[in-house]
Design a protein around this ligand. Structure first.
Ligand SMILES: *Cc1c(COP(=O)(O)O)cnc(C)c1O
Length: 419
């Protein structure tokens, strides 16, 4: 039992030696498996085909499916989204500086830096967590060649405002749509905006191809160039017309990707149900807010994002995370400490944090909670009760936990560990 009454001992919390609430850890980003039998059938088919890579039938089918969902003329399947971002920025000839949010997964910035393009960090709108178009313009310099927005949590950036700035200032506009497969912005499918958009189909994403990604675009010439670049620049058997890399998706990955797309509606239904259950279960807990989704859009609900207000709740986000981890609820601090505080960006821009007050604030407040098809409703109820109890006893907990910067237990509990 959880020590919810005000005079119960705090020793019941696992962080102080009590038994954890969960035998098996709850993870953020446990892969969705989809129809196992269909996947195995496709793998058998792939072996029979003896066609494992280089634009085989599964990759072509996957590309067709992706372009349908994304509402874009072209989809080019790739080994992952990071290579996709690298290829598309190169195909568009970006150089110098590109404006990008710091509240994102580090790959967004790395894909630029890897090509000696300087990521210039832009602050976010605190309400949506997305790049703030009002701040983009002041970051443009003579070296700026593009803007790379991130549709975080599957919610679309302010595409119209960004397009207007890009058009007026002669910049390229790209989107890291890693979180946003199957989502819409103002009713239009994400995938058709800017010069191009990039999806990730990494194992932890909503739809996965084990590892994988895709660039989508309506620009025929750009698509042609990307197809060459992801295959060493080969135009035909012996003709190389560009410097290229190897960004190809395998047939096995595409087989998983197609199988995953077939389960899309079921995964969305589960994610949405989970999100609603968390939102209801945490309603009214002081200082705790579950980031809402815009119900007018089609979304994938892949992330349950918690904002912890340390003053109102009485617990710092890191203290709450510590309590949860010991109960084997492996909530994650996405995207702590912020890309601008990771190397090499921290050394390049030692004062970036001064220009990113909203990013800084969120980086100290956000927790991503376990969801997806591997998390059932009963578990969500336990997590909600746990958070509610912890916040109810925040003062005593906070005092006993002390400074939150103590390391978490690790490596993460595996599913075989027992009480
Ligand atoms: C996952 C992710 C990436 C990287 O995708 P990979 O396919 O793993 O390379 C990039 N940006 C964001 C926002 C992501 O969440």
């Amino acid at each position: 039992m959880l020590p919810s009454s005000p005079d119960a001992s705090l020793d019941e919390f696992a962080v102080f030696g009590g038994s954890p609430q969960f035998l098996d850890a709850l993870h953020v980003g446990r892969p969705n498996v989809g129809d196992r039998r269909r996947f195995i059938e496709r793998i058998e088919q792939m072996l029979d085909n003896r066609w494992f890579s280089n634009g085989g039938p599964f990759v072509r089918e996957f590309e067709r499916r992706v372009s349908e969902v994304a509402g874009a003329r072209h989809a080019i399947a790739l080994c992952n989204a990071t290579v996709g971002l690298e290829i598309v920025t190169r195909a568009l000839g970006l150089s110098g500086e590109v404006i990008v949010p710091a509240f994102t997964f580090v790959a967004t910035a790395h894909a630029l830096q890897w090509q000696q393009i300087t990521p210039v960090f832009c602050d976010i709108d605190p309400r949506t967590h997305l790049i703030d178009p009002a701040r983009v313009e002041s970051l443009i310099t003579p070296r700026t060649t593009g803007v790379l927005g991130v549709h975080l949590w599957g919610a679309g950036c302010d595409v119209d405002a960004l397009s207007e700035i890009a058009r007026r200032r002669g910049l390229r506009l790209l989107f890291d749509a890693s979180h946003a497969f199957g989502c819409t912005f103002q009713g239009r499918p994400i995938g058709s905006f800017g010069d191009a958009e990039v999806f990730s189909f990494h194992a932890t994403k909503f739809v996965n191809s084990l590892e994988g990604g895709a660039i989508v675009t309506n620009d025929d010439e750009l698509a042609r160039k990307i197809r060459l670049m992801k295959n060493f620049g080969f135009e035909s058997f012996d003709a190389v017309t560009y410097v290229g890399t190897n960004g190809k998706m395998t047939e096995a990955a595409a087989a998983m990707g197609i199988t995953s797309i077939e389960s899309m509606d079921d995964i969305i239904a589960t994610n949405r149900r989970n999100h609603q259950r968390y939102a209801r279960g945490l309603q009214g807990v002081p200082g705790i807010r579950v980031l809402p989704y815009d119900e007018r859009e089609r979304l994938n609900y892949q992330y349950v994002v918690l904002e912890v207000d340390p003053v109102e709740s009485g617990l710092h986000r890191d203290q709450l995370q510590r309590v949860l981890w010991f109960e084997r609820v492996l909530a994650r601090r996405y995207f702590y400490p912020g890309v601008h505080r990771m190397e090499p960006y921290r050394s390049h821009f030692p004062h970036a944090s001064l220009l990113l007050p909203q990013t800084e604030r969120l980086c100290s407040r956000i927790l991503s909670l376990p969801t997806g098809t591997a998390v059932d409703e009963a578990s969500i109820d336990v997590v909600c009760a746990l958070i509610r109890t912890a916040i109810g006893r925040a003062a005593a907990l906070s005092q006993r936990l002390g400074h939150p910067a103590t390391p978490l237990p690790g490596p993460p509990y595996d599913s075989t560990s027992s009480r």
